[in-house]
Design a protein around this ligand. Structure first.
Ligand code: NCD
Length: 306
């Protein structure tokens, strides 16, 4: 069964059947990652371009490993050190790279809509690896995979996304996918970090972190996006930690069964204290491992269909 689209631009437009197909396929690749030889010949002969205009550690390495483990040829572009710094436009840069014939483009960019824009002037398949504050579909899929691996289907589960919702593409992709899969989704954070009309997405809003911990099965904790002017939405980081920071004491007082996720990178001591970031309630590094399997699934499904 193929995916319904040749691109993965976001989860808002992705049917629930496609989301399930990706998650199911990822299970097979998760097993491949446990083998001594973690490589399969699936994408032999295909070329994947990782087009990264914005900083990334996990996402970029995870895609690159996924591509190599599927035996694709991989080329990497990073904005720093490229001719963009000599003044070349986005379109000129991309047209030049595309002329070298690539089959799949994984793109991260600080502007929302760039993955969609790329579909207009290339025949390559496009995977969104994070566009501005818009979507980050592969992160949400690996989050959901990791939750289900730990506590079973997200259907009917109460999942709260905590923190800087307004600046977060991870939040939006999670909300879209989790709602489609039947989870009860909520958000918690300072009102200055809530997008206007967020309740129209069908999510409950918490302003009290203790209540959010007490009433949910899962917290997906986001980073304060300091590089996206998030600093001006809160008086200071210490105050943020006082009101919304997750620490072991809060968890032990309110809900010892809670599962904590974080997409990384963590601002240690701000949204998560180290006793939680390294403690028994979190699955942060499982998320990273699963990310490779989920990205292999997406690359495989898109790469082997027309
Ligand atoms: C996220 C991103 O870049 O959107 N990180 C990631 O992909 N693992 C979240 C973040 O930067 O806070």
């Amino acid at each position: 069964m193929p995916l319904s689209s040749k691109h993965l631009l976001g989860l808002y437009d992705t049917p629930v059947e496609d989301i399930r197909l990706i998650l199911d396929t990822a299970k097979t690749f998760r097993e491949v990652l446990e083998r001594p030889i973690k490589k399969v010949p699936t994408l032999q002969g295909q070329t994947v371009l990782n087009l990264f205009f914005e900083a990334s550690t996990r996402t970029k390495l995870s895609f690159e490993l996924a591509e190599k483990r599927l035996s694709a040829d991989v080329v990497n572009f990073s904005k720093s050190g490229s001719s963009v710094q000599k003044g070349e436009t986005f379109k000129d840069t991309v047209n030049n790279i595309i002329s070298m014939k690539v089959d799949i483009i994984v793109v991260r960019h600080e502007s929302a809509g760039v993955p969609q824009f790329l579909t207009r002037f290339t025949n390559a398949k496009i995977i969104n690896a994070g566009d501005g504050r818009h979507e980050h579909p592969t992160q949400a899929l690996l989050d959901i995979y990791s939750i289900e691996e730990k506590i079973g289907s997200v259907k009917g589960k109460k999942i709260c996304i905590v923190g800087d919702i307004a600046h977060s593409r991870v939040a939006l992709s999670n909300i879209f996918a989790l709602k489609k899969l039947g989870a009860e989704v909520s958000v918690c954070g300072p009102l200055t970090m809530m997008p206007v009309n967020i309740e129209e997405l069908g999510v409950k809003i918490y302003s009290d972190i203790n209540k959010a911990i007490a009433e949910n099965d899962v917290l997906n904790v986001l980073r304060i996006q300091l590089e996206r002017e998030a600093g001006s939405s809160i008086p200071d980081l210490r105050e943020y930690r006082e009101y919304f920071g997750i620490n072991a004491e809060r968890i032990e007082k309110n809900n010892k069964d809670i599962l904590i996720l974080h997409p990384g990178p963590i601002n240690r001591g701000v949204e998560l204290s180290s006793d939680v970031a390294d403690g028994p309630y979190q699955i942060i590094l499982n998320q990273v491992t699963n990310g490779v399997a989920v990205r292999m699934a997406i690359l495989y499904l898109l790469g082997t269909q027309n």
